[in-house]
Design a protein around this ligand. Structure first.
Ligand code: BGC
Length: 750
């Protein structure tokens, strides 16, 4: 009873904190602070573990005691954060508590699928839940702030960080962004099981030249506004509390020094009131970028661009006091930055109890709980995409499959399934495919194993044993792909094939004449033409996290009918990159029916990707009816588009019904198709459901050459279907222009 009353009391208290206006508290504290203390609050340093870049400082504890730090990251565990917090609270003049950050990207200890994998689920509730679990675990280890979600639209699979986002589409990235922010932050920031989210990396970090990490972006303002900004706006709409700058430059200005991004757009247009932190040493990097000759100038540029906190660079701390004295920056700007930082600390309740997140008991009881593992398994099942299933090779039925050969360098891996950015996830806790299949086949079928080869190198000596094992079996399951270490930050590849001799192993195993199920594990779209030819069934499982093995086994044996769809196109070869579904038509569009002549295509490869955005099969079949529009014209009011979907196959299953729109004639050219909605539905065998989408004129607007925003009256195509390249079509007319803004020169800041 006492416990229940206490919980109710703490819930009420946290609601009070949430709703409270902290302006007076912030101003009172600010008045007491020296300039040095203010600059200290604007400084974030890394602790010594999990470092993601060059460390510049040796002794973090000394810095904390000296009041030089407002936030620390990579300091993890209830006990360690408590120790550091005690130093800040008890040994500095004002006792301002520290903010602890960490990259909790797809789980803290219970690891969920990599974000690109999760995005394949098209299940927003599930993604919100995954972020919720991550927040529950991380907050119990003293963490207040995750540097996630990454909402960079990513159209180049060579870039290693595609694994961290939701793929190539703007609308979809925006929806996923909202779900993840809500999952991390919950409804109540003051609750001890929620963390601050961070929308990163502002802006266009996902479009580096040649897919090389950190590289240059040179892009029209229209594309920035129509393609790259909306997911960040979605984060603001969802209440995200923090933003992170990106490493790259855009059109000649590195983001970390760009007031157009942080002042004009983020603060003035979007009214964002939270904290902006730089990426790791991004202020220092203004020097090699070539827009600052020394650190003081770099610090001034960043502050004047609207940055509040310097991650790891020690530039604000070492230069801003002098820059104020020299009249290069104003103390007012520093005050504003400090106000925002103090405000989030108040919102988190740290001034009431700085240790409220350092809860060793909760850390023990919630971490890796059975409930979290079950949720991770569910997420992993839903993230798997069935790319090919000839002759209904899958699911395997244990009635007539008695011997299964499990082959491949990833079959027993417990490390790689965790993927990049695995936080505190441990391979010891992870379940390999071998373990998953062993548990599923127990007493029912024999599971033979051979490694076959390594993930890299040219050694084929294991092929013979693997073939022998395949020959003895009814079916082969071959686990191949990328190790976890070749996707993620600074992990760009110029070739996105399956490395080493793994594909040769697949070709070799064909000699056994047994059906081959290829289980792919990887952190990015790969070029898979050969694998697609050789395999009977192909499952894209990404890096699925702690419960990878059981989840893949669930799909292989039909306990879960796969429902994932690709959030990024899979090119046929690297030369096709960038290839994404919402491209433009051009003046000489390629026509596969009349393939000759001066057309926009390659001579040596089709214009289509191998697997398109939104593609993914099921064990069952779905039939689509025709699209029914509520009206053939639209003026001011939205119209609806409905379609009947029937499960015509032999299994119950889920389908992601996708809505795309094409604006046929505009003042500026428009993409061939743009996603504007989707719904994931469950249909029992034989069942039919009607899915209805609402189309409003607001969803049709775009930026033109002169940066005005609107949409012109004219014809539109509506497409609804099972993937971006397999849709039904209808049309409507917009009868009146709709203008949002006539902002011809959007750049206000100097
Ligand atoms: C990455 C960020 C990350 C930061 C802190 C940087 O290198 O770009 O995404 O949040 O490190 O670990």
């Amino acid at each position: 009873m006492k416990k229940i009353l206490l919980t109710i009391l703490s819930l009420c208290l946290s609601q009070v904190m949430w709703a409270q206006d902290y302006t007076k508290d912030v101003e009172k504290l600010l008045k007491k602070m020296t300039l040095e203390e203010k600059v200290g609050q604007m400084t974030q340093f890394t602790s010594s573990s999990d470092v993601t870049g060059p460390t510049l400082r040796g002794n973090v504890e000394k810095d904390v005691k000296a009041g030089h730090v407002g936030s620390l990251f990579n300091a993890v565990s209830a006990d360690y954060t408590r120790k550091l917090q005690k130093m800040a609270v008890e040994e500095t003049r004002l006792g301002i508590p520290l903010l602890f950050g960490y990259d909790v990207i797809h789980g803290f200890k219970t690891i969920f699928p990599i974000p690109l994998g999760e995005a394949s689920s098209f299940d927003l509730e599930m993604m919100q839940d995954a972020a919720r679990v991550a927040a529950e675990e991380a907050s119990a280890a003293g963490i207040h702030w995750t540097f996630a979600p990454m909402v960079d639209v990513s159209r180049d699979p060579r870039w290693g960080r595609v694994m961290e986002g939701a793929g190539e589409d703007t609308y979809y990235n925006s929806e996923v962004a909202k779900a993840r922010v809500k999952g991390f932050q919950g409804d109540d920031l003051a609750a001890t099981n929620t963390v601050l989210a961070c929308a990163k990396h502002f802006l266009a970090y996902g479009a580096p030249q040649g897919g090389r990490d950190y590289h240059t972006v040179d892009m029209s303002l229209q594309t920035l506004h129509d393609v790259y900004l909306p997911p960040f706006k979605a984060c603001v709409d969802a209440g995200v509390e923090t933003f992170m700058t990106s490493f790259n430059e855009i059109n000649g200005t590195p983001s970390t020094a760009n007031p157009y991004l942080f002042k004009d757009i983020l603060r003035d247009q979007w009214d964002f009131e939270g904290v902006v932190v730089t990426d790791y040493t991004a202020i220092n990097e203004l020097i090699p970028h070539g827009i600052a000759g020394d650190l003081p100038t770099a610090g001034q540029l960043a502050l004047n661009a609207g940055i509040d906190m310097d991650m790891e660079g020690d530039v604000f701390l070492s230069t801003l006091v002098q820059s104020v004295k020299d009249g290069k920056v104003s103390e007012k700007d520093i005050d504003n930055a400090v106000r925002r930082i103090l405000l989030v600390k108040f919102k988190l309740g740290l001034f009431d109890d700085p240790y409220r997140y350092c809860d060793a008991e909760r850390e023990k009881s919630v971490t890796l709980s059975q409930d979290f593992k079950n949720r991770a398994r569910k997420a992993a099942q839903r993230s798997i995409v069935l790319l090919k299933n000839e002759n209904q090779t899958l699911p395997l039925t244990l009635n007539n499959t008695k011997k299964i050969a499990l082959i491949g360098p990833l079959a027993k891996s417990k490390k790689d399934v965790l993927g990049g950015w695995k936080a505190k996830g441990s391979p010891k806790q992870a379940k390999s495919l071998f373990e998953g299949m062993k548990a599923a086949t127990k007493d029912k079928a024999e599971l033979l194993y051979a490694k076959g080869c390594k993930m890299s190198g040219a050694d084929t000596t294991g092929f013979a044993e693997a073939l022998e094992v395949a020959q003895q079996s009814d079916v082969v399951v071959l686990a191949i792909g990328e190790p976890r270490t070749i996707s993620g930050e600074a992990k760009s590849r110029s070739d996105i094939n399956i490395p080493g001799v793994q594909t040769e192993l697949l070709a070799h195993l064909k000699q056994a004449g047994k059906p081959i199920v290829v289980v792919l594990m990887n952190g990015r779209p790969l070029t898979l033409e050969r694998e697609d030819e050789l395999a009977d069934a192909l499952l894209e499982t990404w890096h699925l996290g702690t419960m990878a093995g059981p989840a893949i086994a669930d799909v292989i044996f039909g306990k879960y009918n796969p429902s994932g769809k690709l959030p990024m196109s899979f090119p046929r070869n690297v030369g096709q990159i960038p290839i994404f579904y919402n491209a433009k038509n051009t003046g000489r569009p390629f026509d596969p029916e009349k393939p000759s002549g001066y057309k926009s295509n390659y001579l040596d490869v089709p214009n289509t990707p191998l697997y398109a955005f939104g593609y993914g099969l099921s064990y069952t079949e779905f039939a689509y009816g025709d699209i029914k529009l509520s009206a053939e014209t639209m003026q001011d009011q939205p119209i609806t588009a409905s379609i009947e979907v029937t499960n015509t196959g032999d299994y119950d299953g889920e389908e992601v019904v996708q809505l795309y729109i094409q604006d046929l004639i505009g003042k500026s050219t428009r993409p061939l198709k743009e996603m504007k909605g989707f719904e994931k539905i469950f249909l029992k065998k034989g069942e039919t459901k009607t899915v209805t989408f609402t189309i409003a004129k607001e969803a049709l607007t775009y930026h033109r050459w002169d940066m005005s925003e609107g949409v012109e009256a004219g014809d539109f195509n509506v497409y609804i279907g099972t993937s971006s390249d397999n849709v039904k079509q209808a049309s409507f007319k917009l009868t009146k222009d709709f203008e949002v803004s006539k902002q011809y020169n959007p750049i206000k800041s100097k």
